[in-house]
Design a protein around this ligand. Structure first.
Ligand code: PLP
Length: 415
């Protein structure tokens, strides 16, 4: 893979990761739920003011636990945004549930809360709001819909740790929520996640599902005199070596957030005039949302222009990437009965959104180079294609333009 002067992502250490990981190894408890895991649990539970946090091997696995906890199965339907990662939906399909794809808002890229209710049937069991880029979905409306129809909410908060909606932390709204600590996330340990259990009635079963379907946790607390197989389950605890790495990062969360805020603000300020002049959309962060500064993206006028900008930046050794391909129009989405034209905004954004390099240690010099390079991009000379021509392209080829580009340029997509 090509080396870039400015890569898209670079995992950044904060200082104590190696020391803590070494301690975890020396302490001799490298399996899950050792002292470092417990410290992560306590820190997150205290800060987010939630009943239970359980570290997991990934956000994907936390979502699998969510699907089991809600006892989803064949015949059940789950409403998911089409513009999402595969892990937002796969955990529910693994239980036999059917995904029902909702389109997104063209400002925040979040599930469009106005489109949820028409998708609800007597089979709907859950809504999965994904807080894209760590900017909250419209949770007041979504909570009200869920309450009225007695449907559960599972938050996919992979991007949004420490972001808020009307002053309340994301991940605290749904019955359960899932976090990611994958190396691309703000706070990381390489691979990892967490399940937040907000509904206290689900806590003891969550512990059991996470521990191979056994009541081992209750046994360790002295609540039962032996431990045994009591339910379905799998093996989801994070190794304490990774939890040690994670604790080092969690302890530096304020520093990490400050660095990311500065990077996001730099992009937003310095690209503002250029974006306006060229019909490029910058991110929207509603006033009642405090974001997590997870990513900075631009929505280009067309798929072709996006690809040209990717190439232009590559020539300057800068890697920018596109993001999700709309799930409803994927081969799996179609197998579940989705129509290719079901979520037009998701299709558009899938073709036009570009993510700029974003990691904690991006320097001002790097940022200057990225911004200058973008401003040098001669968009006026490019085909003035529009959303309309993009659809024409898709219709003519019968495929998504972004999928075609993804096939040609595998390194330009990232999660
Ligand atoms: C929205 C979303 N959900 C879930 C995941 C899966 O996270 P993990 O890699 O921790 O399983 C990702 C990963 O990038 C994501 O972006």
């Amino acid at each position: 893979m090509a080396e870039y002067r400015i890569p898209f992502n670079k995992p950044c250490l904060t200082g104590s990761e190696l020391l803590y990981a070494a301690k975890a190894i020396i302490l001799g408890h490298s399996a899950g739920d050792g002292s470092f895991s417990k410290n992560c649990h306590t820190l997150l539970e205290r800060e987010l003011a939630v009943s239970k946090v359980l570290l997991t091997t990934s956000c994907t696995h936390a979502l699998e636990m969510a699907a089991m906890l809600l006892e989803l199965g064949p015949g059940d339907e789950v409403i998911v945004p089409s513009y999402a990662f595969v892990s937002t939906v796969n955990p529910f399909i693994l239980r036999g549930a059917k995904p029902v794809f909702a389109d997104i808002r063209s400002d925040t890229m979040n599930i469009d809360e106005r489109l949820i209710e028409p998708l609800i049937t007597e089979r709907t069991r859950a809504i999965v709001p994904l807080h894209y880029a760590g900017v909250a979905c419209e949770m007041d409306d979504i909570l009200e819909i869920a309450r009225r129809h007695k449907i559960a909410i599972v938050e996919d908060n992979a991007h949004g740790l420490y972001a808020c909606y009307r002053g309340r932390y994301l991940g605290t709204f749904g019955e359960v929520a899932a976090q990611s600590f994958h190396e691309t996330k703000n706070i990381t340990c390489g691979e990892g996640g967490a399940l937040i259990v907000n509904d206290a009635r689900l806590i003891s079963r969550a512990e059991i599902l996470r521990d191979k379907g056994t009541n081992r946790k209750q046994f360790l607390r002295g609540e039962v005199d032996k431990y045994t197989w009591v339910d379905i389950g799998s093996s989801y605890p994070m190794s304490d070596i990774l939890a040690a790495f994670l604790l080092a990062q969690l302890e530096k969360r304020v520093e990490i957030l400050n660095k990311r805020r500065a990077i996001w603000n730099y992009y937003d300020r310095h690209l503002g005039g250029w974006a306006q002049d060229h019909g490029v959309q910058q991110p929207t962060v509603p006033g009642h949302c405090e974001q997590s500064y997870h990513m900075y993206y631009l929505v280009l006028p067309s798929c072709e222009v996006r690809q040209q900008l990717i190439e232009h930046l590559k020539e300057r050794s800068i890697l920018s990437v596109f993001h999700y391909t709309a799930l409803h129009a994927s081969s799996m989405g179609l197998q579940f009965g989705a129509r290719p034209d079901q979520c037009p905004v998701a299709s558009q954004i899938s073709d036009r959104l570009l993510r700029l390099p974003f990691y904690n240690d991006l320097t001002e010099e790097d940022l200057k180079l990225i911004v200058t390079s973008i401003r040098e991009f001669k968009m006026a000379l490019r085909p003035a294609s529009t959303a309309g021509s993009l659809y024409a392209l898709n219709a003519a080829t019968g495929t998504s333009a972004s999928a075609a580009i993804a096939a040609a340029e595998p390194v330009t997509s990232a999660r």
